[in-house]
Each structure stands twice: as structure tokens, then as C-alpha cells.
Design a protein around this ligand. Sequence first.
Ligand SMILES: NC(=O)c1ccc[n+]([C@@H]2O[C@H](COP(=O)([O-])OP(=O)(O)OC[C@H]3O[C@@H](n4cnc5c(N)ncnc54)[C@H](OP(=O)(O)O)[C@@H]3O)[C@@H](O)[C@H]2O)c1
Length: 276
Amino acid sequence: MNGQRILMTGVTSGLGKVAALSLASEGAQLVALCRTLEKGEQLRTEYAEKFPNGKGTIDLFECDLSSFDSVREACQQISSKYSHLDQLILNAGVWHFERHKTTDGIEEILQVNLLSPALMIQLLLPCLEESQEAKIIITSSGLHQGTIHFEDLEFAKSFSGMKAYRQSKLGVILMCRLLHTELKEKGIGIYCQHPGVVQTQLGRHAGWLSRAIFKLIGKSPEKGAQTLLYLARKPKTELLSGEYYADRKVTKTTKESNDMQLAKKLMDVVDEYIKE
Ligand SMILES: NC(=O)c1ccc[n+]([C@@H]2O[C@H](COP(=O)([O-])OP(=O)(O)OC[C@H]3O[C@@H](n4cnc5c(N)ncnc54)[C@H](OP(=O)(O)O)[C@@H]3O)[C@@H](O)[C@H]2O)c1
């Protein structure tokens, strides 16, 4: 990774941890955003133990994606510390089965999976524009069927963890496709990816049956990290910006996730949420 400076979220567990450690070991200067610095220190310890000859480094920043203040504070610190960022890997995600409200009073899946990544892209764009390599990679999911529920975006009237999660991941694909046009002019590539079904902590709040199914059919985090790593390692010239990748290939997605009017309408709403 040749000293590339890569900012990444979702590095303390699951497929993100595997990818983060691999990228650092290959020479990346990893800028790791963690919910607590304690978790970040655990990541650093694991890196030293697993990769004693690792070529890269890990810098830590505290950032809770369920708080816009925390995201703004972390992005402010990062922008003052670094002149440029080569990659933004937005991998963190949650899936709840009961409705949770964040400190900003927003349904948590929506804020963590879609709104905070959108805010981070907006705040860190100037740092990316300073790089020749600039790429944004966002973790979506094969579970992105359905549509955007504009009439009740936060499922306040009737909550469904499945619908909220699917909507957030559809939102990620729509954001990726829409931003592609804007970022092309700035020379920045943007990609989203589906890791497959992976045995991680994502289903930690699910019932025992769903967790058992996840365990039964899920692949290892090492295998689940491969598409993300592929996108991080490949030069932009070999990738298609605005596209959704699964199994290291551009993959077809639903009709709704290609609807650019839907994307525009969604991003107008997202902008309202994240404006100061
Ligand atoms: N596992 C699958 O089958 C699957 C399939 C499709 C897509 N995905 C997506 O893959 C991505 C990685 O998930 P995973 O499966 O590896 O699950 P995971 O083991 O639960 O890891 C999730 C990561 O996101 C971080 N995170 C969650 N909420 C956060 C918050 N409020 N602020 C900061 N960080 C937060 C977690 O931090 P903590 O360690 O502090 O909890 C952790 O590092 C997610 O976007 C998920 O939706 C997973």
C-alpha cells in the first residue's frame, strides 16, 4: 500500500478489523476511527502481535458515528493533522432489531449506516482532493431490496429492523451512484461493496435463531474482507466508479438502487439532516 494514508471506520471488529490489519501490514498509514480509544489500542496491540514486521502504522481517533458532534470533532482533528487522505473506507455499520434513538434524536441505523458516512464524505472531501489516488469505499449489503420510506424514514410509526437496515444500505448505493458524477470531476473514485454473509458481531442483537443461521452459512471475516481489500488495493484505473462490487466484481443491483431521481430525493433529505 506504499505509505497510502487510509482513513477507515469499523476497524475494531469483523471484516473491517481483518481489512484494517492487512492494509497496515502492507504499508498503509491507517487512520483508524474507533468508538473508544481503548478499542483502538486493542487494535494496535493485535497489529503488533500479528504483524511484528508490518510495514505500516495505525493512528487512532475517537469517533462515535451515532453522534454528529463526535463525527465533526474527529473530522476537524483529522483535517488539521493531515494535509491529504488517499482513501476513505466507510465500513462501520449497525443492525438493531429494536428501535434505538441516538443522542441527536435520530433512529440509529439511519444515522450510523448512512447519515454519518455522508457527513464524513462532505467534511473530508478537501483532504481527498489533495491526493492523486483519492478513493472512497463504502460497505453496503446484499440486503438493499425495497425502497426509501420517505413518509417515515426513521420508522417511528412501526419499526422493522430488517426494513431500516435494508433502507440504510440501499441509501449507501444511491449515495455512491449519485456522488460518482460529482466526484468524477474532482478525480475521486467512489465504490460500494457487499462482503457476502460473514460471521461477525453484526447480528449481535438478533434472536438466537438468526444468529445460529448467520453462524451456519456465514463465511469467515478473512474471506468477507476480500472485496473491500480488492477495492482498496486496485488502482482507480482498474475500477468502475459509482459501482457496487461483490465477490470482487461489479454486480447488478435492484431497480430502485439505480433510480437517480430517488437518489437525488434521498440526498436532499440527507443534506437536511447533516447540515449544521
Ligand atoms: N456480516 C455480514 O454478513 C455483512 C453483510 C453485508 C454487509 N455487512 C456490513 O459490513 C460492515 C462491517 O460489519 P461486520 O459484519 O464486520 O460487523 P461487526 O463485527 O459488528 O463490526 C461493525 C463495526 O462497526 C463499528 N461501529 C458500529 N457502530 C458504530 C458507531 N456508532 N460508531 C463507530 N463505529 C461503530 C463497530 O465498532 P465496535 O467494535 O465499537 O462495536 C465495528 O468496528 C457493516 O457496514 C455491515 O453492515 C455485513
